[in-house]
Design a protein around this ligand. Structure first.
Ligand code: HEM
Ligand SMILES: CC(C)=CCC/C(C)=C/CC/C(C)=C/COP(=O)(O)OP(=O)(O)O
Length: 299
């Protein structure tokens, strides 16, 4: 057992903070898109902490379950549980603290619908994806992606879910993140193909090859371009969103096509990085458009 003591930074790392931040952006935008006059400050703060703690708690479980795999891959071998800097007991206690606090906050101060859906997200990532799907099928991230896609619905339900109903517009936002996840992850998986092969994880580029994965990225990116238009087409968003979504989607498609016809694996990493900007900017555009609803008639 290494003698180095863990600091708060190591615990923070276990929660995958950058991923959780983007998840929270989608959740907060979900709150503001819900059909209510305002988002009460109490809901904004408590639901954000509750959803963030659940996503962070699930990420901690992922570090514990995946420690042997993480130790084999260059990208992850320095992770605190993989190196033994944080032992299993402490990591599990930390995950339990985050998850239980999340559930108590959401059940007590928000509403049962948000708490139950958040619980599904947590179990979906920490157990269904990490323990089972990741090792079982190259469709792991397509199915597991549902947990990562649910946060806009969680945010929406936190302000509008007191009657226990799910608004179809919230599901559209889930659909967008769901369709975004495969190109987001497969671009990285192409870049890291050999490491996944070494760790014996059946990611698509390992089981079906890089060419097939590139084709799938292009196809999902086309789907995403169309899914991204739906908020405008159903009357939920207006011109600022339409223009932003089209431009962001076309840039994504440009990256995907460039990746398809290039041998340079660096383009896979560029595509992965762009995918993160894409989702961030798309959700910012949704919010800006919500407060400045420019229509063709108003021009
Ligand atoms: C099953 C679904 C998903 C899979 C398999 C996946 C996979 C990954 C992987 C393996 C990385 C690590 C890249 C690295 O360390 O170099 C990553 C990074 C990232 N992912 Fe995802 N992801 C998924 C869903 C999401 C979702 C839903 C979000 C946010 C809404 C997200 C946001 C991010 C961000 C922001 C990073 C960069 C983190 C950093 O730079 O530290 N991902 N993703
Ligand atoms: C609302 C709620 C509780 C949602 C939780 C969903 C969540 C945190 C999704 C993140 C998905 C993610 C970072 C996958 C990484 O794949 P991986 O674990 O295979 O990547 P790795 O190799 O970097 O560990």
């Amino acid at each position: 057992m290494p003698s180095v003591t863990a600091t708060w930074r190591d615990y923070l790392e276990l929660t995958k903070p950058k991923v959780v931040l983007l998840i929270l952006l989608t959740a907060v935008v979900g709150m503001y898109m819900a059909p209510t006059d305002t988002v009460p400050l109490k809901v904004l703060i408590i639901a954000t902490i509750g959803i963030g703690f659940a996503a962070g708690g699930a990420a901690v479980v992922n570090h514990v379950v995946d420690q042997k795999i993480d130790a084999k891959m260059a990208r992850t071998f320095k992770r605190p549980v993989a190196t033994g800097k944080i032992n299993n007991t402490r990591a599990i206690l930390f995950a339990t603290f985050l998850s239980v606090t999340s559930m108590v906050l959401l059940f007590t101060f928000i509403n049962p619908l948000t708490a139950i859906l958040t619980f599904f997200g947590l179990v979906g990532y920490a157990f269904v994806y990490t323990m089972y799907l990741k090792r079982a099928t190259p469709q792991n991230i397509v199915i597991g992606g549902l947990s990562g896609a649910i946060p806009p619905l969680l945010g929406w339900a936190a302000v509008d879910g007191y009657g226990g109903e799910i608004h179809p517009h919230a599901l559209l936002l889930v659909l967008i993140v769901f369709v975004w996840t495969p190109p987001h992850f497969w671009a990285l998986a192409i870049f890291r193909r050999d490491e996944y092969a070494k760790a014996d994880i059946p990611m698509l580029p390992v089981t079906h090859g890089i060419e097939f994965t590139k084709l799938n990225i292009v196809l999902y990116t086309i789907l995403l371009l169309f899914a991204g238009l739906l908020p405008y087409l159903v009357g939920m968003s207006y011109l600022i969103y339409l223009v932003s979504s089209s431009i962001l989607g076309l840039i994504f498609l440009y990256y995907a096509i460039k990746l398809k016809y290039s041998e340079d694996r660096k383009i896979a990493m560029d595509t992965f990085k762009y995918s993160i900007y894409y989702l961030m900017l798309l959700f910012v555009a949704l919010l800006v458009d919500h407060y400045f609803p420019i229509t063709l008639a108003s021009l």
